[in-house]
Design a protein around this ligand. Sequence first.
Ligand SMILES: [Zn+2]
Ligand SMILES: [Zn+2]
Length: 269
Amino acid sequence: MIYDCHLHTCFSGDSKASVRSQVERAISLGMKEICFTDHHDHDSWFCEDNFELDIPAYLKAMKTYQKKYKDRIRINIGIELGLQDHLGAYFERFDEVFRDSFDFVIGSSHFVSCMDPYYPSYWEHHGEREGITSFLEASLARAKAFYPYFDSFGHLDYVVRYAPHKDYAYSYEAFKDWIDPILQVLIDHGRALECNTGGLKYGLSQPNPSSSILKRYREMGGELITIGSDAHAPEHLGYGFDACQRLLRECGFRWYAVFHGRRPEMIPL
Ligand SMILES: [Zn+2]
Ligand SMILES: [Zn+2]
């Protein structure tokens, strides 16, 4: 079983899962390693949930679980860093203080101009195509500005999950002017692209990003892939991993990466 490297617990404002329940589930699925990546969306005051992580408390708890389970599973400590345009100075400071505290940092776009595509108001404001464009435009600017601070770029086209007609107005071809340069930034700077299976449990037929983007990344010379279910509850841990493994092999990947101490270790797919 592929090791799940995108997992949430009750340290995230939108999850009630205990660390223990996630770890036990991973062990029952036969995983030898996992990586927790709880949300840290600094300055997300406009959200209903609190996405600001109590980092010292999180690190302390995770280290305790690492020790407790060391003979049964390797627990890596990661974080999902929410990327917003105005946070450059904050990320610089974050990196100075916490660079060595984490095994793995996912950089994810969740919001555009303090609006969350999760809510219909985002789409009412933008319209469908423009909502996707704005998200990808912001993602490109953030990949360029913030690549020094993350290891893998989270769920690249995740905005499509919440579009009113899902992927009806969406394809790689229609948005390649934004997608290709994002992939190029990742390749140029040795950053990984995340394959996130979280949308599959809501009936999406593709992971984020979609197979055409995964293929394109491989075509452009991209090799570093990380894989995560984005599970906020134990029953979703490892969700869709068999299909994901087949898809990635079809797209030309033979390895995926698991990060230890911010360095990738390649594992056969
Ligand atoms: Zn996310
Ligand atoms: Zn997540």
